[in-house]
Design a protein around this ligand. Structure first.
Ligand SMILES: Nc1ncnc2c1ncn2[C@@H]1O[C@H](COP(=O)(O)OP(=O)(O)O)[C@@H](O)[C@H]1O
Ligand SMILES: CC(=O)OP(=O)(O)O
Ligand SMILES: [Mg+2]
Length: 396
């Protein structure tokens, strides 16, 4: 009998998953299959590929068949049950965006943990409710199956207190109003593979740019998070697909007082209607903007890059200098154009881009003379979650 782990990363309109084969007594993980059910609530589409990239499932479904996350996870579980007929599903690991101040490491989930995570929904309304939906279904339908929560915030809990504090009265900090940071599973994965790029990077001052739909930067020293651009919520920092990033809080007061926006309307504006979509008025997808000649598309791209450039300067200051810059996430991994623009903004730090290597999609994209090296690394949050899940299982 083979043993398997399931990893679930549930977003607002999709559930992504990966199945790993494992030998429970070791930390060996072999990717078996991965897939997603996207278009939930709109045009559901179920796709699965095996570890060779061969398509196992490609099914368009109707909204009547799958109308919500509950339906989506039920379908995924039914497929997995058939697919793993020869094996045992040992556990499920989940990506949970917000762990608040009390969850600084992966944890086995029970009803009380789920309730504590539900209380954090207002801190990450775009992510947390969707992250938790599959857990609830699994607790109801397969209560004996171990589930492990792995947090995007946990990796940043090593930051110095000064990096976690807002200049607000102390009691707010004690109540959890603090700078958390996100994309931690991605940064933890990148930190774990730095030695494969160059052993010298392990103890170096490194900025990782996770540029996807959500985007942030993380300053690493000795592989630990020292500072990051996202804050209390995943709204802060860089310009994102539909999120505004850093904004003067005075703007929010003005929008409330003069436009009559309440908390709900602000949430809608800042999470869903801002960022690349808001500035361009065209799309949140960087590919669409890069293919457009519309001046507003160019302005959105310019602002995206400008904000990254400014924040790289800020994180380099937090690190006391910079040795390397690593690109990851959908945009960071696939867009040579955006990487080039970001690197050109970092020339003052001593970064010299190797244009040919960048165009060719090489792992190292800086010249031999560059005093700051630059890299492209595909992130793998799922593998990080699977590893944590296995470690939790081995503890029990
Ligand atoms: N070839 C490409 N060029 C530019 N942008 C790309 C390319 N491929 C993917 N992207 C961008 O990556 C984004 C998604 O990144 P990803 O990290 O997969 O997102 P998510 O945050 O949903 O996990 C898309 O919105 C798209 O803008
Ligand atoms: C935390 C966050 O922004 O996640 P994502 O990039 O998946 O939206
Ligand atoms: Mg992502």
């Amino acid at each position: 009998m083979n043993n398997y782990l399931l990893v679930i990363n549930a977003g607002s309109s999709s559930i992504k998953f990966a199945v790993y084969q494992t030998d429970a007594s070791s930390n060996q993980l072999v990717t078996h299959a991965s897939g997603q059910l996207d278009g939930i609530g709109n045009q559901p589409n179920f796709t699965v590929k095996n570890h060779h990239g061969v398509t196992l499932v490609e099914r368009t479904l109707s909204v009547n068949e799958i109308h919500d996350h509950r339906g989506a996870i039920t379908l995924i579980l039914a497929w997995i049950k058939d697919y793993l007929a020869d094996g045992v599903l040992l556990a499920v690991g989940h990506r949970i965006v917000h762990g608040g101040q009390h969850f600084s490491a992966p944890v086995l989930i029970d009803a009380s943990i789920l309730a504590a995570l539900e209380a954090l929904i207002p801190l990450a309304p775009l992510h947390q409710p969707h992250n938790l939906a599959p857990i609830r279904v699994l607790l109801e339908t397969l209560p004996a199956l171990p589930q492990v929560a792995c947090f995007d915030t946990a990796f940043h809990r090593t930051q110095p207190v000064v990096a976690q504090r807002f200049a607000l009265p102390q009691h707010f900090f004690d109540d959890g109003v603090r700078h958390y940071g996100f994309h931690g599973l991605s940064y933890e994965y990148i930190a774990s593979v730095l030695s494969e790029l160059d052993p010298a990077l392990v103890n170096a001052r490194v900025i990782v740019a996770h540029l996807g739909n959500g985007a942030s930067l993380c300053a690493l020293q000795n592989g630990r998070s020292m500072a990051t651009t996202m804050g209390f919520s995943p709204l802060d920092g860089l310009v994102m697909g539909t999120r505004c990033g850093t904004i003067d809080p005075g703007v929010l007061l003005y929008l409330m007082a003069h436009y009559g926006l309440d908390a709900q309307a602000l949430e809608q504006l800042l999470y869903h209607q801002s960022g690349l979509l808001g500035v361009s008025g065209i799309s949140s997808d960087m590919r669409v903007l890069l293919a457009s000649n519309d001046p507003l598309a160019l302005e959105a791209i310019a602002l995206f890059v400008y904000r990254i450039g400014r924040e790289i300067g800020s994180l380099a200051a937090a690190l006391g200098g910079l040795d390397a810059l690593v690109f990851t996430g959908g945009i960071g991994e696939h867009s040579a154009v955006i990487r080039a623009k970001v690197c050109h903004q970092a020339v003052w730090l001593g970064l010299e881009l190797d244009e040919t290597a960048n165009q060719a999609g090489k792992p190292c994209i800086s010249t031999l003379n560059s005093s700051v090296s630059a890299w492209v690394v595909a992130t793998d949050e799922n593998r990080m979650i699977a590893l944590h899940t296995l470690q939790q299982l081995n503890k029990t």
